[in-house]
Write a protein that binds this ligand. Sequence first.
Ligand SMILES: O=C(O)c1[nH]c(=O)[nH]c(=O)c1Cl
Length: 308
Amino acid sequence: MNLESKIYDRTFANCLMNASGVKCMTFDELEVLRTAENGSFITKSCTLQPREGNPSPRYIDLKLGSINSMGLPNLGFDFYLDYVLNENNRNNKNVFFSLAGLSLEENMEMLKQIQNSDFKGLVELNLSCPNIPGKPQTAYDFDRTKVVLEEVFSLYKKPLGVKLPPYFDMVHFEMMAEILNKFPLKFVTCINSIGNALFIDNETVVIKPKGGFGGIGGAYVKPTALANVRMFYKLLRNDIAIIGCGGVENGRDVFEHLLCGASMVQVGTQLMKEGTDVFHRLILELKEIMQTKGYKNIEDFRGSLKEL
Ligand SMILES: O=C(O)c1[nH]c(=O)[nH]c(=O)c1Cl
């Protein structure tokens, strides 16, 4: 039995990785992720210049998930480019590099530098950060998304995918898929947090930025995450892999993302709560499920969700 999975011409030892933004901002955090049991890892979405991010409290664990309005804190593009090119990573074709420039020009500058570097991994272009005041999420603007991807693929020739927000409307799934199918994307990651939710403790909000509004993750979002994974699995070209993200707390949740068609599965809130031991537990729990069902590898069941 194995949990190997493929995206494009990359093969991962197992289908698990962190969600961008979770325990992947600093050198020490990245080194822990690089050496844990997960099959891959991704860096914190970065901007050209380092950012402090929003005032704290800006992330809170909740019984059924989490809420965050981090505001894109990161150590800046140069730090992450150095990290993925350092002696530990430079031959790693399976590392993911997340970008979230505050403008198209900023994303193009970062992509140009990566294109001209020895980077051998994959880029996840984040089109869905919900927490930058005054910045609408690119991926909720279909025309804008098309313009961005035309520019991106005119320059960038290495493997690249996009991080999408959740969609909640069948026509939106179809409109977005029609746009995405025009481009040589290698994957899409569904979903980012459900943006601008509000959690109240007694009479008070729980995070400081934006009057307490923040992106929701964890168990709350799993049904929406699975729906987005399934819809894009069905609507996108077969050569565009789906990375599932949202609501993964146990092996059953990983199994469901894979059933919906995901090739890799990202863990966010539960990684925040449990640390990288979560990957060891998820691997054991997924293997137990596969054993019980007689599945020897992920391709035996990936995408095979049954309809009534
Ligand atoms: O506030 C953040 O840093 C953040 N938080 C999220 O939940 N998703 C994102 O893509 C980002 Cl960039």
